[in-house]
Design a protein around this ligand. Structure first.
Ligand code: ZN
Length: 470
């Protein structure tokens, strides 16, 4: 059982229940599980692997709760640079349907390399276009190559244009195939154990790309197999118009009518919701994946994250994309979450008593409207863990997985901000991780993945991407 000792970190952010931030600290882990966290002087003096993190800050590994790793193949497509979701999707659907298992492996490795180098240790991926022999297995194998804790989604699209859906008919699958393949991958990969490296999720893509039947059947199957459910919801006003016209219900009410408001469900985006719907999410235990970069990129809107938190809704962070971001940098995403919540204060009237309208944004009575750096870090760590339904990640304390990353503090980028190094990680420009450790194993060193030789992968990835762009 290999042991790992981290020592001499300038600051260690535990994100434990007391939110302790320790100086000159470290941790000791055995077989991927933390046994001790505390001042260096109180830790064992040796281990099989020792990391001296002098001059660095250590944070719990970030949790990415919404992504489409295959989209790194279609970043920045010229025809999709300046449009909103529905138009953007129509540019991409057929290109995505052209991808092959080889291309899929490259894109997954590229996305995961970028994620881990920015501090991410647990990744949820929502794949939903399966043509040319592509399978969820492609993503799971690539995640194992890098060594990322991975929640794979057997996503789906079944409602083509001829039946009133948005995707072309040749990009969707038939429903019996979707359901039988869902059973296959759950039985093959889903690991319920504490410290699991691979779990499965079921995820019909969106209200406008699957049938009512498939949403119901998927929920029934997920509950029979005890795996979580995920989809995109309330991302755009186009989507709201779609469910109102087709089903006579707002998106949240429509999902509620299909048994999709429960504690085993989380929605990506959840921007266009009213106060009652926020309350319903809280009562039902539904989670939200907040994807600020994608929401800005596609002009989708600003999700009411502070209102969700105030209501007790679980919120995690998602980089989304990577064709709507077009980055998989989760430290950048946490920074954008903090900044976008602040932009909302300037654009929208305050919630609460009418008297607040007359007060400056910085009046003490409006303090709770501000998202702090520590709150954004909490969403990225503990929040994401709660959204994915895990109690073994999201903080650094005994019994939790040894998933963390470190950043050098004594750099040009942080100069002048070190009186509060924790907040500096978001207020200053996002930096690459010096080390990212997952399950007690070093995956990133000096900002680069060391478990996979990424040079040839990037070369092949660029070759595939050029073909798709053409
Ligand atoms: Zn998405």
């Amino acid at each position: 059982m290999p042991t790992l000792l981290v020592r001499n970190a300038a600051t260690l952010v535990t994100m434990d229940n007391a939110r302790r931030e320790l100086a000159d600290a470290g941790l000791f882990a055995r077989d991927g599980i933390i046994e001790q966290v505390g001042p260096t002087a109180e830790l064992p003096s040796t281990a099989d692997h020792v990391l001296d993190l002098r001059g660095q800050i250590v944070l719990p590994g970030f949790v990415n709760t919404h992504h489409h790793l295959d989209q790194t193949l279609t970043r920045n497509l010229r025809d999709a640079q300046n449009n909103n979701l529905f138009a953007w999707l129509k540019v991409h659907y057929r290109v995505w349907a052209n991808r092959t298992p080889d291309a899929s492996r490259c894109s997954t490795l590229v996305g995961l390399a970028e994620l881990t180098a920015s501090g991410c240790t647990t990744v949820f991926d929502h794949a939903y276009v399966f043509k040319n022999g592509c399978r969820v297995d492609d993503q799971i194998a690539a995640a194992k190559e890098i060594g990322v804790r991975f929640h794979a989604c057997r996503g789906s699209m079944s409602l083509g244009e001829s039946r009133g859906g948005l995707p072309p008919d040749d990009c969707v699958e038939d429903e019996p195939t979707i359901l039988s393949d869902s059973v296959r991958v759950i039985e093959k990969y889903h690991d319920t154990a504490s410290g699991a490296m691979t779990r499965l999720v079921l995820g019909p893509c969106s209200p406008f790309s699957v049938s009512t039947d498939l949403l119901k059947e998927t929920a029934r199957l997920a509950r029979a197999k005890q795996v979580p459910l995920h989809t995109h919801l309330c991302e755009t006003m186009d989507e709201e118009r779609y469910t109102l016209e087709r089903y006579g219900l707002r998106p949240v009410a429509w999902m509620g009518s299909l048994g999709w408001l429960d504690r085993d469900v989380w929605f990506a985006h959840a921007i266009h919701v009213n106060d009652e719907e926020i309350g319903e999410f809280a009562r039902a235990g539904v989670g939200v994946a907040h994807c600020p970069c994608s929401n800005m990129r596609l002009a989708s809107g600003i999700a009411p994250i502070k209102q969700y938190l105030a209501a007790g809704v679980k919120v995690g962070l998602g980089v989304d994309g990577s064709a709507s971001n077009d980055a998989s940098n989760i430290l950048l995403e946490a920074r954008q979450a903090m900044l976008l919540a602040r932009l909302r204060i300037g654009l929208l009237p305050p919630t609460g008593p009418r008297a607040l309208f007359l007060l400056s944004q910085s009046h003490p009575l409006r303090a709770s409207e501000w998202m702090t750096a520590r709150e954004a870090l909490e969403i990225a760590t503990r929040g994401g863990a709660a959204v994915l339904g895990r109690d073994d990640i999201g903080s650094l304390e005994p019994g939790k997985c040894a998933d963390f990353f470190s950043i050098d503090l004594n750099t040009v980028d942080y100069a002048g901000a070190l009186h509060d190094p924790v907040a500096a990680t978001l207020f200053c420009a996002p930096q690459k991780a010096r080390y990212t450790v997952i399950n007690g194993t070093v995956v990133v060193e000096n900002g680069r993945v060391i478990t996979v030789d990424m040079g040839p992968v990037v070369e092949a990835h660029n070759r595939f991407a050029r073909q798709f762009a053409a």
